[in-house]
Structures are given as C-alpha cells and as structure tokens.
Design a protein around this ligand. Structure first.
Ligand SMILES: [Zn+2]
Length: 413
C-alpha cells in the first residue's frame, strides 16, 4: 500500500486540483466532469482519469464489450481513521466501452457514482475508444451482457436481456391477427408484472380429453408454458405436459378491446396460459390453469351466473331458476310462490313433454360425467368446505331492507 504525503482532505484536494494540468482525457465534457467530481470529493474513491498504461492483464469475459483488468496504481481515497490519502494497488477492475460521450452517457456515469461502483474513465490510445473503469461491486449489480442494472440482484435477472430475448422470439409465432399479436407481445413484455408469459398456443398442441360443457373442454397441452430460466438466462419451454381448461369464445371471433381487457384480467389473476384458435371453425379459445375454477367460483357472489340453455330444462323452469338466484333476496320467490308455479308446469302437456326431453338429455350428460369424473376433475373438491379464506375480501351485499347478517358456522369442525 502506497502512502501519499498529502496529509489532510483539504490539502489532498488542493494537490488533486493542481494535478489537473498534468492529465487530460482529450474530451472537454469528460475533463470537466472528472474535475467537478474531484473538487467535490467527500468519501469513497476519487473519481479519476486513469491512463490506459496503468491497466494490465486485460481480459475479455463473456462478450466483447465487457473486460476485466488489473489497475496497477489502484484507487485513491482518504482514510479518515489514519487521516491519510492512500492507494490500493493491483485492484481488479471491470471495463466497459463508452462509445459516445453524451449528456445521457454522463448521466449514466453519475448513477454509477451514486451506486459506488465506478473508479474512473480511461481510453485505449490505439482505438481512441473511452472505457469506464468499475470496481468489483459492478458485476454484482449490473448485467454482464448489456450493462443494465439487475432487476433481481440475487438471481442476476436483467429485465432488458429478457425483453430482448422475448422480442427475438416474436418472429417464431403469429396468431394471424395483427391486433392479437400486438396484445400478446405487450403482455409478454410485462414479464415483471405478471407471473405467466401469456402465449399464442397453436391448436395442434392440445390433446382434447373431454367436453365439460358447451364452452369448456378439458385438454392436455403437449408443450409447457414459455418460461425464463434464471439459471442459464434463457427463454425455454419446459418439457412437461399441462392440464388445461379450454374455454371456447363462440361470440368473439372479433378481437375487441373489451375482450382483450378481460383476458388481461385473467392474466393478472394468474389463471390463464394463453390463447388459441381452432383452424377449422376459426373459433378462438382461452387456455386456463386449475386455479381458474377456484378463483372464479366466487363470481356467483359478484352476480355472475352460469350459462343455462333450453336443453337443460324448459324455459319456464330456467326462468324460475334465474328468479331464485337473483342477487337481491327481495326479488327471489318464496316457497308458496314456487309451489304455485311448479303446479302450473304440470297443467300443460306441452311443458310436460319438454320436461321429459330435457330429463333424457341431462341423464346422458350426467352418466358421461360420472364415468369420467375420477380422471377428469382430480382437483375438484366434492365435499363441503368453508369459503371464508376466499370470501373475506368480497364486498357485502348491500341489504337496505334489513340489516340481518348471517353468522357463518363451521360445520366441518
Ligand atoms: Zn442485460
């Protein structure tokens, strides 16, 4: 360790200032910037002009814009305890090219200084290219590839590099619809907002297992979701298969903004993998994960009801069903009214026949579900359970008529 002979901070600063005449970067902006930083020195290493000849053993690592070297003289700083200016010779440093000296690049240097990762600036006399000289903390916080600050320091995850890889991957798929492509790309670039990389899934990657209703189908997705591997820093398709629920969008052949907002809300709730299209029917479909059912089972509390059609029951019966599940309890019929209506159903032959038809249909559907139940709904819960963990955030039904609240009793205990 070389001990310098200027003993205090003020004297040291004076010597540094007098030294201004002995060096120049050859660029006025750089000279002024370094001088200003040196005159305002208060702690850490002095920001310096580092002659290229002081850098030894320059080695490229990874790619040609990042290199390591040994700085023979080492950084200069004021040791407050010893009240001395000292240099730490043979310091390992990281070098990065600074091709353009602009306000923007100087601002970047300012942020490096703020983060205490930079020692100074140098220049290769042969190529005339300037170099930023960083300390050993730089590689912990900044991406080796592009130089941007890591989003996640522990995993060394660089957002810009992930975005670059995703953008490179855009040419590998298309939905055939510009608006939809734009939407999927936009969602993928929100990689730090949503857990899933929303994808365009070619229809032939699904193995259809079973229809669960008019709009929903259980399927196996042969290829797993797109995933950014933090270990090797690559965008990969993992090799295992996924169970998916396909929801057919018979009414949205047209990709509207409203529809895309709805899809984004699924992504926000982490229940969706991607979108596809049956090439024969041109019907779009969404691929959901298991959590879709858990999450949306509470929709009933928010006024959303299952779709019913005339195959399941005659219209007069489904109308009664709808009345019974009205969000406002005041609109629901009482038992006397229900009895009266049901009695009416028996008085007309036409209605009786319709009931018989729908009964047959339901029997068929039910036996089909029964035969496949164990293999299809493995994650479904068939016993009663309390929904309290899910319902706590739900807004209460505003009951103006009476303020009786229902006490929930846990019968499972
Ligand atoms: Zn990067």
């Amino acid at each position: 360790m070389k001990i310098l002979d200027f003993r205090d901070l003020t004297a040291g600063k004076k010597i540094i200032a007098e030294n201004f005449a002995s060096w120049t970067s050859g660029n006025e902006i750089i000279d002024n910037f370094i001088q200003e930083k040196q005159l305002n020195y208060n702690e850490d290493a002095v920001f310096e002009w580092i002659p290229y000849s002081e850098l030894m053993d320059i080695k490229e690592i990874g790619n040609n814009c990042l290199t390591t070297a040994i700085w023979k003289e080492g950084s200069l700083y004021y040791n407050k305890d010893e009240k001395e200016w000292i240099r730490c010779p043979y310091e390992i440093v990281t070098l990065r090219f600074l091709y353009d000296v602009t306000d923007e690049s100087i601002n970047k240097v300012k942020s490096y200084l703020k983060n205490k990762v930079i020692f100074g600036i140098s220049q290769n006399p042969d190529t005339q290219v300037y170099l930023l000289v960083f300390n050993n903390k730089y590689v912990n916080y900044y991406c080796e590839k592009c130089g941007n600050k890591y989003e996640d320091i522990y995993y060394k995850c660089c957002k810009q590099c992930q975005i670059n890889q995703l953008e490179d991957n855009f040419i590998n798929w298309t939905s055939g619809n510009i608006k939809l492509d734009d939407f999927i790309q936009k969602m993928q670039l929100k990689i730090y907002e949503y857990n899933t990389l929303f994808e365009w899934i070619p229809y032939n990657e699904f193995i259809i297992i079973k229809e669960l209703g008019k709009h929903t189908t259980l399927a196996m997705w042969e290829k797993d979701l797109l995933y950014y591997n933090t270990n090797n820093k690559k965008l990969v398709k993992r090799s295992y298969k996924n169970k998916v629920y396909l929801k057919y969008l018979y009414n949205s052949q047209e990709i509207s903004d409203e529809f895309l907002n709805e899809v984004e809300s699924y992504l926000k709730n982490n229940v969706i993998f991607g979108i596809s299209q049956n090439p024969d029917t041109e019907v779009y479909l969404l691929a959901f994960n298991d959590e879709y059912f858990d999450h949306y089972s509470l929709n009933i509390c928010n006024g959303i009801r299952p779709e019913i059609n005339d195959q399941i029951a005659p219209k007069c019966y489904t109308d009664l069903m709808k009345k019974c599940w009205d969000s406002n309890p005041e609109n629901r019929p009482n038992s006397v009214e229900i009895k009266k209506l049901i009695n009416l159903f028996y008085q007309y032959n036409e209605i009786k026949m319709k009931f018989n038809e729908t009964q047959e249909y339901r029997k068929k559907i039910f036996s089909a579900i029964k035969n496949n139940q164990l293999t299809t709904h493995t994650q479904a819960i068939y016993t009663s359970r309390l929904l309290n963990p899910f319902t706590k955030n739900l807004s209460k039904y505003n009951d103006n008529i009476n303020n009786n609240t229902v006490e929930i009793t846990d019968f499972t205990k």
